[in-house]
Design a protein around this ligand. Structure first.
Ligand SMILES: [Zn+2]
Length: 435
């Protein structure tokens, strides 16, 4: 099956150094994108791509809208769709009052399956085609998560959470259970469809040293898998973590000691890192995942994105919603808040950088840039189509917008799911067919 899309194509080649860095991306004002069997077969000027298409190709005209690689969300919690918008003073109160009780419900397959349906609907509605998710501690939740991803042919990363202390009984496994069930999730789902299983200890507070040992064993046995956990989100959390692991130099060192700090490690938040911790992250190639709406919502702190990126030893960075501590499924809303956090820190985050992070940047942070995050031929045809005049107020502002960066900034500042005209998953329109 072949499809030819027409519209304005935007795809990054590397991180933009400034607003004038036009070499960092390709832009086609009248572009064509040819899709064959879910893969991008060609992209470029419409007239050139049209010649390569068969005469019976199905053509979709998306002009004047932008065609971008699908957005990537590097960190969110699938069982927290009914936790979002919960009123709490801080991270630990929010976890104990709302999050842990809600996650207990995912022991029931019917509940997990129902939420999984809503979860993928919401990602697609917001133009997100790949996400990295925490399931609950229950294998049932991971089964529901991956089964639905496979049904929709989405490239997803996820893992059964491991946690064996400091949570309600209904949310605890044991070192052995966490190890065995994670192995079973890997056997059942990794590499099936477009699924990637991640080793997922929730964070140091909810794992005993024995469970961290079990996690270390998994990381040794499956070195290609992503590892995801949380790091240095909140001062009380950091203090408690230090009490639980008194031998560690600092929070980051706990994960390093168990072999969990490497180029596939995705560390949610990482807001309050010391210089030593940032060095350790950089040397390991580990990724700090910035979750701006969550950090503001829970009052966790201001992530020094620009400062970490320009260090002599730079830290790799991804961006994410962190639903349900985060307050929006939209990567546009996410980057709007990321921009404001940098403003408060006296830094500039330009719109080209924002769109790089949402697409190629996150793909690179996942070591998946050969598959997603660009419009390069040979990669997955996961796309988002953006309309910068999606609302009356946006349309009015668009009347005076003159440049591509201005348009991108308008979309980031005022846009949300209404600005997503269509989302393509493996070459198929997925948003317009939602109920
Ligand atoms: Zn999180």
């Amino acid at each position: 099956m072949t499809t030819l899309l027409r519209g304005r194509l935007l795809s990054f080649k590397r991180a933009p150094q400034s607003l004038d860095d036009t070499d960092s991306y390709t832009y086609e004002s009248d572009g064509g994108l040819l899709i064959e069997n879910g893969i991008i077969a060609a992209a470029g000027p419409y007239a050139e791509v049209k010649v390569k298409a068969s005469v019976d190709v199905a053509e979709v005209d998306h002009r004047p809208h932008l065609i971008l690689p699908g957005f990537i969300d590097m960190h969110l919690h699938f069982p927290q769709m009914q936790v979002i918008a919960s009123y709490a003073a801080n991270l630990l109160e929010w976890l104990n009052t709302y999050t842990f009780p809600e996650e207990c419900r995912f022991v029931e397959s019917a509940h997990a399956e129902r939420i999984a349906t809503h979860f993928y609907d919401e990602l697609i509605r917001h133009g997100t085609t790949t996400a990295v998710a925490y399931c609950s501690v229950h294998k049932t939740s991971a089964d529901a998560f991956f089964a639905e991803a496979m049904r929709r042919d989405m490239r997803m990363v996820g893992g059964k959470v491991m946690m064996d202390r400091n949570a309600p009984q209904g949310l605890l496994d044991t070192p052995e259970m966490g190890y065995d069930e994670t192995r079973q999730v890997i056997a059942d789902w990794h590499g099936k469809g477009r699924n990637h299983v991640a080793i997922t200890p929730r964070f140091a507070i909810t794992s005993t040293p024995e469970q961290m040992e079990a996690t270390a064993a998994l990381a040794r046995e499956f070195p290609d898998l992503h590892i995801q956990t949380h790091l240095s989100e909140n001062h009380d959390e950091i203090k408690f973590t230090g009490e639980l692991y008194p031998d560690a130099i600092d929070y980051t060192d706990i994960y390093a000691r168990y072999g969990l700090l490497g180029p596939k490690s995705l560390l949610g938040h990482a807001i309050h890192l010391s210089e030593r911790e940032a060095d350790a992250m950089s040397e390991a190639g580990a990724v700090a995942v910035h979750c701006p709406t969550s950090n503001l919502f829970l009052g966790s702190g201001l992530f020094p994105l620009k400062a970490l990126a320009r260090r002599e030893k730079p830290v790799r960075i991804g961006v994410a919603t962190d639903i349900g501590g985060g307050s929006s499924y939209s990567m546009l809303r996410t980057m709007d808040e990321a921009y404001k956090i940098q403003q408060l820190l006296g830094e500039r985050l330009n719109p080209l950088e924002s769109y790089y992070y949402m697409t190629l940047g996150n793909a690179e942070a996942l070591s998946l840039a050969d598959k997603i995050g660009t419009l390069e031929p040979g990669t997955d045809a996961d796309l988002t189509i953006l309309n910068a005049a999606a609302t009356p107020a946006m349309a009015l502002k668009m009347e005076v917008v003159k440049t591509l960066p201005e348009e991108l900034f308008l979309l980031q500042t005022m846009g949300d799911d209404r600005a997503i005209v269509e989302t393509y998953v493996a070459g198929k329109a997925a948003k317009s067919v939602l109920n």
